[in-house]
Ligand binder design. Structure first.
Ligand code: GUN
Ligand code: ZN
Length: 483
């Protein structure tokens, strides 16, 4: 596993990675989206996905090929790459989705793995059992047991150069997801899709989706390449990447286009309701909504959907490189309430994010109350406990003119709290803050002050608090002198 995936730049649990795909001899840069290609219907030919949109990897369904009178033998004789005419890597799914939709499929996990190897798939998938959200616990455990047996059998299977994925199930039970993640990496398989999240995303339950991902990640560990099965709406990519997902796949670009829906990073629009295109892709630059409606509607919408999808992936990679991925997630959270839910759920896992979040990034931008819960704030608060303090200390949370005499004066910067002079120019305390701060910023600063005071009971701490809201003041320990 670790030999085929290398993570380089980190931000929160997000990273830019390189996935080496031995069968095709290519390297795929992550995070990325694998467009879903239906072998029977291709609005955009796979070669164009690569050459025009930059797709390095796509995903198709081996079960459809296996059951196709027309394509089964051709896939075996020509191989998948030639059949689809795609120059990059190709992942294949196994029919598990059909299993969850129709209750049964007519191949075993071994048979479909062998077929995937024979048609030259780069990443094959065993038949896992996608256990729906909210399934009764006992049923979820039984189904997870079956999935795990199949992963163990897949690990014994001779796949040649074809990598094999190990889907992580466990429904909406975090402990099952975590155990499933740990078991999956334990098999030694190669790529780790988090499964059965499509129903959560269809119902806009992004908070729970993040909890599922966070739980699976705890089990998988940071070295595993993680695929979020069936996730393809560009509004959620930044959130999912920050939670630690590397690969996405989706038919959304094509399915949405088929019924007149136009993807944006803030949600979905209906073409007939658009008077203007809020996008600068080649389609939107050349046509008006009315022209698209009266022309080759599906083809043009599919193209636009792909352009925004890949643009968001590039924006995310740039954000990771620059160290402002959480600022990007925060702006996506401001675009759609379901993503805000997801972002709040993500920040509830700040401790987990902190493990991979770099100590220094580009300037921290305080953009909303959520910024006060970022992992950097948590880390600063813990750091406060380890700083050495004088016998008396004035914390300048506001103007201090004529205030008490103390040995040292430290500034207080919401949401971090006390900042000693030697840290004031370094990340994250050198943050950009708005002049008009919210209650969360002061509350987090008060937690920092309390943390420092409690770790140093012998230090006399005074705090200048002009302008602080009552709720933040109420959270301070009584030992602190307010001036
Ligand atoms: N496609 C969407 N969800 C899933 C899943 O849970 N398992 C598999 N194999 N494919 C999927
Ligand atoms: Zn566009």
């Amino acid at each position: 596993m670790s030999e085929i995936f290398e993570a380089r730049d980190w931000d929160a649990a997000g990273r830019i990675g390189r996935l080496s795909v031995p069968r095709s001899g290519v390297t795929v840069e992550t995070p990325t989206i694998m467009p879903v290609v239906n072998p029977h219907i291709q609005t955009i030919p796979p070669r164009e996905l690569a050459e025009r949109f930059g797709a390095e990897i796509l995903i198709t369904n081996s079960y459809i090929l296996h059951g196709s009178d027309e394509l089964h033998d051709e896939a075996l004789s020509r191989g998948l790459h030639d059949l689809l005419d795609f120059p990059g890597a190709i992942m294949t799914d196994s029919g598990s989705f059909q299993l969850s939709e129709y209750g049964e499929i007519d191949v075993t996990s071994e048979e479909i793995l062998a077929f995937q190897r024979e048609i030259g798939s780069d990443i094959a998938t065993p038949v896992d059992i996608p256990t729906a959200p909210d399934t009764e616990r006992e049923a979820a455990e039984i189904e997870l047991g079956t999935t795990q047996e199949r992963l163990e059998a897949a690990a014994e299977f001779d796949s040649g150069e074809t990598l094999v994925s190990a889907p992580v199930q466990g429904s909406t039970y975090p402990d099952l997801r975590e155990a499933a993640g740990e078991h999956a990496t334990g098999t030694g398989l190669d790529v780790f899709p988090i499964g059965a999240v499509v129903p959560l995303m269809n119902e806009y339950r992004y908070g729970e989706m993040v909890d599922v991902v966070a739980a699976a990640k705890r089990g998988l560990g940071p070295a595993a390449p993680v695929h979020l099965f069936g996730a393809g709406h560009p509004m959620m990519f930044a959130l999912a990447v920050a939670a630690g997902c590397d690969l996405f796949d989706s038919a959304a670009y094509a399915i949405y286009a088929r019924d007149g829906r136009y993807l944006t990073v803030r949600g979905t629009e209906h073409l007939e309701e658009l008077d203007y295109f809020p996008c600068s892709c080649p389609v939107c630059a050349e046509y008006t909504p009315a022209e698209v409606q009266n022309g080759e509607t599906e083809r043009l919408l599919t193209e636009h959907n792909l352009y925004v999808t890949f643009a968001e992936i590039r924006r995310i990679k740039a954000a990771i490189r620059e160290g402002n991925l959480l600022e990007l997630v925060e702006s996506r959270a401001r675009g759609h309430p379901a993503i805000l839910d997801g972002y709040r759920a993500l920040l509830a896992h700040s401790e987990q994010l902190e493990h991979t979040d770099p100590a220094s990034k580009s300037t921290f931008f305080y953009l909303s109350g959520e910024s006060a819960s970022r992992p950097e704030v948590r880390r600063h608060h813990r750091r406060l406990e380890r700083l050495s303090v004088p016998d008396s200390l004035l914390l300048a949370g506001g103007p201090t003119d004529g205030a008490v005499e103390t040995e040292e004066v430290w500034t207080v910067r919401p949401p971090f709290g006390p900042v000693p002079p030697e840290l004031s120019e370094t990340y994250p305390a050198n943050a950009e803050l708005p002049d008009r701060l919210d209650g969360e910023a002061y509350a987090a600063a008060a937690r920092g002050v309390a943390r420092l005071a409690e770790a140093n009971p012998d230090c006399e701490v005074a705090l200048a608090t002009a302008g602080w809201p009552d709720a933040a003041l109420a959270a301070l320990p009584g030992s602190i002198e307010l001036v």
